[in-house]
Design a protein. Structure first.
Length: 338
């Protein structure tokens, strides 16, 4: 019989709980965002995030269990994100899941946040098909060669800012709110992507790494020279976005070619970007490849992706003493060890 998992995600500013049966039966799925609390600071304040996780989580666990029509005793294993993310924020979710597991006498499963994002395009499926994975979020820009569940090889990563971070920093320069990626995407829909020429850093480099801090600086210099550019806001947004998207698409296709993958999976908050979807589709059609993203509600941080990642290894419990790992450690990035 399919096992029932309760998963908790608190790596950044989203407090999320999900209850999943097997790989696809969603029994409960709740996300409480703290975005408005952090917006006045122009970024996530770690201590504020962890205090709010602590305040929100007990109620969220109860409501999600009620949605599922279950009591704690009906859960077969408890999973939580244990890294990467903000240490104090991770500790809240991981400690809660461990406490629930200990109290109920059930296994605890530590899940890597990146693995959660990376597998999310396959949500509901029992098998992870071989593919090239692009994980693009506020904290990470990573390319992986995925052979099957648990067999991952890191191919490239950003050397400085993540793609989502570049969106957020440029949004800030343009006086848009935080996090501003979605707003840049929205404004860009009415803009001309060819109006301003921003750099496509490392697009032609031999490796599969990224760099986005030069692009952000170039937008800053551009705005300093042309204070009136804010009146061309849609064109600035569209031109900046085009530069990010060209690099993400170019590198993903190059990586897929190198590894011989016909399938590309994209995940993380930036995978919501409309232009990224359009240009990836065009490039895939041209190169005879296909791509897929997670269902829209699984693209930003959520606990369902954590439950889904854990659903592939319910029999392999993590030590209850396993610690949180705030930093992304490629060497330790294998299924079952964060
Ligand atoms: O995956 P996520 O929710 O959290 C992290 O793990 O970081 O990603 C959040 C990031 C933010 O930088 C946000 O600005 C960006 O995703 N984002 C977008 C869009 N929607 C969210 N960036 C570009 N276009 C969007 N439509
Ligand atoms: Zn994330």
């Amino acid at each position: 019989m399919s096992r029932i998992l309760l998963a908790i995600e608190t790596s950044c500013d989203e407090t999320a709980v999900a209850v999943l049966r097997g790989h696809k039966d969603v029994l409960g799925h709740r996300i409480a965002t703290q975005a408005e609390i952090h917006a006045p600071y122009g970024g996530v304040v770690p201590e504020v995030a962890s205090r709010n996780h602590l305040a929100i989580l007990p109620r969220l666990v109860r409501t999600t269990l009620a949605d599922a029509g279950l009591e704690i005793a009906g859960i077969d294993a408890f999973a939580a994100t244990t890294g990467p993310g903000l240490a104090a924020a991770l500790l809240v979710g991981a400690s809660a899941a461990k406490g629930l597991a200990l109290g109920a006498g059930k296994p605890f499963l530590a899940v890597n946040h990146i693995e959660g994002h990376m597998l999310s395009p396959f949500f509901g499926e029992a098998r992870i098909a071989p593919h090239l994975a692009l994980v693009v979020s506020g904290g990470h820009t990573l390319l992986f060669d995925v052979r099957e569940y648990g067999d991952y090889r890191l191919l490239g990563r950003t050397r400085d800012d993540a793609a989502g971070e570049a969106f957020d920093k440029v949004a800030k320069l343009l006086g848009l709110g935080y996090p501003g990626g979605a707003e840049v995407d929205r404004l860009a829909r009415d803009g001309n992507p060819d109006r301003f020429d921003f750099p496509r850093s490392m697009l032609d480099s031999k490796d599969l790494d990224f760099s986005f801090s030069g692009l952000k600086t170039s937008v800053r210099y551009f705005l300093e020279k042309r204070p009136s550019a804010t009146v061309d806001l849609p064109d600035v947004c569209a031109s900046f976005q085009e530069a990010v998207v060209d690099v993400l698409v170019g590198k993903s296709l190059a990586a897929a070619r190198q590894c011989g993958h016909s399938l590309i999976g994209i995940s993380g908050g930036v995978s919501t970007n409309r232009r990224l979807g359009e240009k990836l589709e065009q490039a895939c059609v041209k190169a005879g490849r296909v791509w897929r993203a997670a269902p829209p509600e699984l693209r930003a941080d959520n606990a369902l992706m954590i439950a889904y990642a854990a659903s592939h290894r319910v029999d392999r419990a993590s030590p209850i003493t396993s610690d949180v790992r705030p930093n992304f450690d490629p060497a330790a990035f294998i299924a079952g060890s964060c």
